[in-house]
Design a protein around this ligand. Sequence first.
Ligand SMILES: NC(=O)c1ccc[n+]([C@@H]2O[C@H](COP(=O)([O-])OP(=O)(O)OC[C@H]3O[C@@H](n4cnc5c(N)ncnc54)[C@H](OP(=O)(O)O)[C@@H]3O)[C@@H](O)[C@H]2O)c1
Length: 237
Amino acid sequence: MRRLWPEPAGELSDGELLAAYPRADGPLLRVNMITSLDGAATLEGRSGSLGGPADQDLMKRLRTQADVVVVGAGTIRVEGYGATLLDEQAQAWRVAHGLTPHPRFAVVTRGGDVPERFFADPPARPIVITYASAPHAYPDAAEVIDCGDSSVDPAVMVAELAARGLSQILCEGGPHLLGSLVAADLVDELCLTVSPTLAGPGSVRIVAGPPAAPHRMTPAHVLTDGTHLFLRHTRTR
Ligand SMILES: NC(=O)c1ccc[n+]([C@@H]2O[C@H](COP(=O)([O-])OP(=O)(O)OC[C@H]3O[C@@H](n4cnc5c(N)ncnc54)[C@H](OP(=O)(O)O)[C@@H]3O)[C@@H](O)[C@H]2O)c1
């Protein structure tokens, strides 16, 4: 991976790459998404085919730095998420840096249709983020957090996670979850991979849901592996 901007740099070392996506001193809601050149969030219904090895590697590094990885139930249902997010090397890095071996893994849902594999043999206690009047039929092993009475209030979600010591949040989508976070102006950082693909008409964008006010972001860097672009933007507040 090379840096194109702000200062061009040759191949980044492991340490330089991790340093390009630092944990924050305070709470951080970081989002990692991928898009095609023409703004599609999926190819044939999945985001994976837009990515590549460098994108997978970056995803692992971002997970390595996170206290909790938060994903919408729609994404868990479609993508091949299991309960374990990190390999042994990444676990060892976390332990060496004073973190738990694994980040927590949280799903956001209203209806409760969460695949069993999300709860199967988890390396850390799985979290279900929902609200008080929603169905609550989850395995005992899960920690269920109600973040509102009749809907998930994204700001309450962030506060409830922080109250559990999970202040470095990595959200991996999908579009409806990200749409609600953008609408609530909670996104501190967007890590966006741009795939060299024209997906054509018919796909969703990386955000979905009701219209909301726009928010300006500040570019932090542009990296490339020679095919994909890796943009990092932070929220201007
Ligand atoms: N390009 C990318 O980077 C990227 C990333 C992730 C996913 N995707 C793609 O996006 C597609 C899925 O889209 P999606 O919009 O359905 O994904 P999603 O946001 O992960 O899932 C939507 C579902 O998540 C729950 N949810 C999301 N936001 C919520 C909120 N604010 N409050 C309560 N529940 C909430 C609801 O679950 P219940 O239905 O269980 O109530 C909702 O139906 C897949 O094709 C996936 O491949 C792309």
